[in-house]
Design a protein around this ligand. Structure first.
Ligand SMILES: Cc1cc2nc3c(=O)[nH]c(=O)nc-3n(C[C@H](O)[C@H](O)[C@H](O)COP(=O)(O)OP(=O)(O)OC[C@H]3O[C@@H](n4cnc5c(N)ncnc54)[C@H](O)[C@@H]3O)c2cc1C
Length: 658
């Protein structure tokens, strides 16, 4: 099986240019004959499908939502990074590359990350050309803000709705190709299997979710752009439907799964309030540009935030990390919040929360505004009034969302926040061309492992999804397809299609026929609890071993006691969920196995046994400087392959944000 990263020779800065100059091309007449399957219409999938359609390929685009533009990407709030250096604050391609590599705690492949930084600027131009309404300064220039783990302002944004605006841009491009006949969209279709013929991906089996019918689709290549698997934890900030099924089916067909334990826990989410919840809500990282995070200095302080005087507040991020303050990366901020709450300084009724406070920002902006308006000696009330306007303009929709969910007005009292599962850095292993270990099977966006190592920096997921779809795959796919033009399309009555369809039908039948006592959510919640407690923000050897046993037992129970109502010949969201949770129950075990193998701390993967005296993550480069790529053998049985990580241009050091 292929396990070659295919990184081009030559200096880091020249690799992508060299690749583009020398990769094989497919001529326009041949492109028209080549059908490509794209699973997913989030930013990665929509940008890929639109670009490939524009290039002349025949594209089939699948999503499980009722419209491509409802993909989870629409929820992205804060922004998208690019090394444009509009602020003249010292940004460059190298600095974005360096920040991303360091932010990921030196567990990603440097050539991929360098390419990402290189194409980042093109993404903004592309999106502006599509009409994406990025925020602008008064003079018309695109505006930037900061995200965690960096000291420059390189994040482009559209209020707190950046993902929505970017997805509308990609969707318009996609729809243009639909109108031109180059792309066919299959919404409410869920990919259930990859068809693998002689080691090459040649198609998929999809289920029409409205009728329950199974469909066979041929393609010269299959692109998995199916998003992340954070919902394995049950509670996460991901859209409710986000799942691992497409990537998992590919994995079981031979695609290696890389770094599955690398999960990002986002520091600023609305805290859990009880067992009734099925979803957690993110408060964008952009809020840390202006919000200050603190807890009372006194343990179990029951006073209201506004009653606690300044000198009795512990701005613990500013205290511990003076250089980056509230803008330390997510893994660092999350652990620091957990540390304070575990030590008894948490706030709110659950004591599992910290404050995110905008009072300083309101006053700071208020003074600037009063100055701009020529108001001499403004009163505190006038300053506040002007400051509120600015904060409202920048974050209004996020503040409204917070108020709707919690019933508290964040303009008046600090928000209460706590870390929650948000993003998965792990995913299908891909080489430099974004091809998995199955020929012709590609993986883009959050579903692959490629660029973020052990911790993703804020605003870098949108950048990666669009880089993959708009700028990378259009080249790398051609390099493969140039060798495919001699092969005729494979008819879908080929035995491999029949066998794949049979497997899907049998599995659906199995799920329907258990007729046990418990709902899918019953099992999903229990899985999530195991994952959160034993493979969450902190992990240790004993807990992980226990988790593996508990997940195995839960999986066995699931297959004996699950109840799926209704029929498989109709729209049946419980059946859809059951298939996804069945896959999560296998993935969860692999995540724990991976976390157990990696007996070091890095980024979001914090092994309690491996920390510095100050409680920071302690890497072990001698033993773990590799990407873990797991090969599926049978359920509960994997073989680990290791891709060594070699850094050409930088020397990995202990991450320091002090
Ligand atoms: C609340 C929130 C806010 C965020 N804010 C930011 C931000 O400000 N900046 C940033 O950079 N990142 C942000 N992120 C992360 C970012 O949104 C995601 O990483 C990114 O949008 C993922 O895009 P994607 O195209 O890879 O996948 P998705 O957008 O998740 O799309 C997945 C697609 O795959 C389809 N699909 C999945 N499985 C199947 C199947 N079996 N069959 C058919 N179709 C399938 C779905 O229908 C969907 O169309 C945020 C994440 C969250 C949760």
């Amino acid at each position: 099986m292929a396990f070659e990263s295919k990184v081009p020779q030559g200096p880091l800065e020249n690799k992508w240019t060299e690749y583009k100059d020398h990769c094989k091309l497919v001529n326009p007449a041949n492109k028209r004959k080549l059908e490509i399957i794209v699973i997913g219409t989030g930013l990665a999938g929509a940008s890929a499908a639109a670009s490939l359609g524009e290039m002349g390929y025949k594209v089939k685009s699948f999503c499980f939502q009722d419209s491509p533009r409802r993909a989870h990407s629409i929820a992205a709030q804060g922004g998208i990074n690019a090394a444009k250096n509009y602020q003249n604050d010292g940004d460059s391609v190298f600095r974005l590359f360096y920040d991303t590599l360091k932010g990921g705690d030196y567990r990603s492949r440097d050539s991929n990350v360098y390419r990402l930084a290189e194409v980042s600027a093109n993404i903004i131009d592309q999106c502006v050309a599509q009409g994406v309404p990025f925020a602008r300064e008064y003079g018309g220039l695109l505006s930037n803000r900061s995200f965690g783990g960096v000291q420059v302002q390189r994040t482009f944004y559209a209020a707190g709705q950046t993902g929505q605006q970017l997805l509308l841009g990609a969707y318009s491009a996609l729809e243009r190709q639909v109108a031109l006949g180059n792309v066919t969209v299959y919404d409410r279709h869920e990919m259930q299997e990859v068809v693998n013929i002689d080691g090459k991906a040649r198609g998929i089996i999809a289920r029409n979710m409205i009728t329950g019918e199974l469909e066979r689709h041929f393609g010269y290549a299959v692109l998995i752009c199916s998003g992340g698997y954070g919902n394995v934890y049950f509670l996460s900030t991901n859209a409710m439907g986000s799942n691992v099924t497409a990537a998992w089916k590919a994995h079981k067909q031979g695609a290696y799964f890389a770094n599955p334990c690398m999960t990002q826990i986002h520091p600023t989410c609305i805290p859990v309030t009880g067992d009734h919840q099925s979803k957690l809500t993110l408060m964008s990282e952009s809020l840390r540009n202006d919000g200050r995070i603190w807890v009372p200095k006194q343990k179990s302080d029951a006073r209201k935030a506004n009653q606690i005087p300044e000198d009795e507040r512990d701005y613990y991020l500013e205290r511990r990390y003076p250089a980056f303050g509230n803008l330390v990366p997510r893994d660092v901020a999350s652990r620091a919040a957990k540390e304070r709450c575990d030590a008894g300084y948490g706030v709110g009724t659950s004591k599992q929360a910290v404050f995110l406070d905008f009072e300083d920002a309101i006053n700071r902006y208020g003074k600037i505004e009063c100055g701009k308006h020529g108001i001499d000696n403004p009163s505190a009330a006038v300053i506040r009034e002007h400051g509120l306007e600015v904060v409202k303009e920048k974050y209004g929709n996020l503040f409204d969302m917070y108020e709707k969910i919690t019933g508290e007005n964040p303009y008046e009292v600090p928000m209460r926040i706590y870390p929650a599962v948000h993003y998965t850095m792990g995913g299908l292993w891909v080489d430099y061309e974004l091809m998995t270990s199955i020929q012709g099977l590609y993986c883009l966006g959050e579903a692959n492992f490629s660029d973020h190592g052990a911790n993703r920096l804020g605003a870098s997921a949108l950048m990666q999804g669009l880089a993959d779809g708009y700028f990378v795959i259009p080249y790398t796919l051609g390099n493969y397809l140039a060798g495919e033009i001699y092969n005729k399309p494979i008819p879908t009555d080929h035995p491999a299609f029949a066998e794949a369809e049979d497997n899907v039908r049998q599995r659906i039948g199995q799920l329907m026929n258990i007729k046990g006592k418990h709902s899918v959510d019953h099992f999903h919640k229990r899985l999530g609890k195991i994952m959160w407690e034993k493979c969450g923000m902190a992990r240790n050897d004993k807990g992980l071993r226990e988790a593996i046993e508990e997940i195995r037992a839960l999986r066995a129970e699931f297959w004996q006691d699950l109840r799926v109502p209704g029929s498989d010949k109709e729209y049946n969201p419980e059946l859809d969920k059951a298939g996804r949770v069945a896959d999560f129950l296998e993935l969860g075990e692999l995540m724990c196995l991976d976390a157990l193998d990696r007996a070091e701390s890095c980024g979001g993967h914090f092994r309690e046994e491996s920390q510095t005296a100050e409680g920071e993550a302690l890497r072990n480069d001698e033993k773990f400087m590799y990407v873990s790529a797991w090969e599926f053998k049978s359920v509960g049985n994997w073989e680990l392959h290791k891709e060594p990580l070699v850094y050409e241009k930088i020397q990995p050091t202990q991450r320091n944000y002090k």
